[in-house]
Design a protein around this ligand. Structure first.
Ligand SMILES: [Zn+2]
Length: 366
């Protein structure tokens, strides 16, 4: 919304060449101008180490792995800054970038609940990342451009009360990541949880597809067929990443998700992470071959991953001209580059404006 014209100019189509092959694919759909209504990124992560009392936790296994450095850089900080300024350094940089973005008006910041032991306690060994609701709710109250995405592990004995609390605190959705929370969404014990989500009108954003961002994960938990239980309870379900990557019994997770859109009008999917190098081809496939789902797609970034080498305009020589890729690579703001890249690849304008509408966010409200 902030400045839709620039992206339109940038997205002008040019025949692409790749090596000696003339590809001529361009975008899957011709680029559209960005919408005049607000653009909200409904899939934005945050994390912290909790040294400043934020309550955040990162498993030492992950903190000591090679992934820690790129993650910190993606958040725009270093270990030194983190030690000096605490987790608020991550918040400060996030807010700076969102405010400076020409295109994005706000982001839904996602809490991430812990893995629980069989006794219902914090499983520090199996929890990869814990981002408490209180931490995210507090920063969302402080900054207009941040919207609260809560997370409540359905295995908690007080899960239903926590959902109510999240709603009272202004949560616009509930986020789950079954592969690292060690839960399966087709567990019949979760029916009251899903009924509560439907009653509170809280959409469920849940990871679908394989999960590669952590030190260990239960990939089968990303099977979208498991969403059926929540959908049948009337929950608005958002399949994060459109179940790209991963398969079961030789059938791609995405192919298991697609038929559900016909059957369930309450099913949506986000396009976060679909420009990552490990998912090349999926966005093109969805845009060119599955027009029937376009009115269910939501814009999301998967920040901070948009700020790592996992994504780059240079990965699209079959879709974009060298000039387009160069101009996009010069766009320094992570959200502006993400929006402009997805727009250039043919993501329809309505996908960018849909999160604000679905989540009932109007800028005047905050
Ligand atoms: Zn994510």
């Amino acid at each position: 919304m902030k400045s839709s014209l620039m992206g339109h100019v940038l997205a002008g189509g040019v025949l692409a060449t790749s090596g000696c092959q003339v590809v001529g694919i361009k975008a899957a759909l011709p680029p559209e101008p960005l919408p005049d209504s607000p653009i909200i990124d409904m899939h934005c992560h945050i994390s912290g180490v909790g040294d400043d009392g934020s309550g955040c936790y990162i498993n030492p296994r992950l903190m000591e792995s090679w992934k820690a450095g790129p993650y910190l850089r993606a958040y725009g900080i270093s270990r030194k800054i983190l030690e000096r300024d605490g987790d608020q350094a991550v918040v400060k940089q996030l807010v700076e970038w969102v405010r400076a973005s020409k295109h994005v008006d706000g982001v839904v910041v996602l809490a991430l609940d812990m893995t629980l032991t069989s006794a219902g306690e914090f499983d520090r060994e199996r929890t990869e990342i814990y981002v408490p609701n209180e931490f995210v709710a507090t920063i969302c109250k402080r900054f207009d451009c941040l919207h609260y995405g809560a997370s409540v592990n359905p295995m908690r004995s007080d899960a239903l009360e926590r959902l109510e609390q999240a709603k009272r605190d202004g949560a616009v959705l509930i986020k789950l990541l079954p592969a690292i929370q060690h839960i399966r969404l087709d567990d019949a014990r979760f029916i009251p949880y899903f009924q509560k989500l439907a009653e509170l009108d809280l959409p469920l954003l849940t990871h679908t597809g394989a999960e590669r961002s952590f030190s260990s994960a239960d990939h089968d938990a990303g099977d979208p067929v498991a969403l059926r239980l929540a959908l049948d309870q009337g929950v608005t379900v958002i399949a994060a990443h459109m179940a790209t990557t991963g398969s079961v019994d030789g059938e791609r997770f995405m192919d298991r998700l697609l038929p559900l859109f016909q059957e369930c009008p309450n099913l949506y999917a986000d396009i976060s992470s679909l420009t990552q190098v490990n998912k090349l081809g999926y966005l093109n496939e969805i845009l060119s071959r599955h027009p029937e789902v376009h009115d269910r797609l939501l814009y999301g970034s998967d920040y901070p991953l948009i700020n790592t080498l996992l994504t780059s305009p240079w990965y699209f020589p079959g879709n974009l001209s060298p000039g387009q890729m160069w101009r996009l690579s010069r766009t320094r703001n992570p959200w502006d580059q993400d929006v402009q890249l997805k727009q250039a690849l043919g993501v329809p304008a309505s996908v960018f404006s849909r999160p604000a509408k679905l989540l009932g966010l109007s800028l005047a409200e905050k």
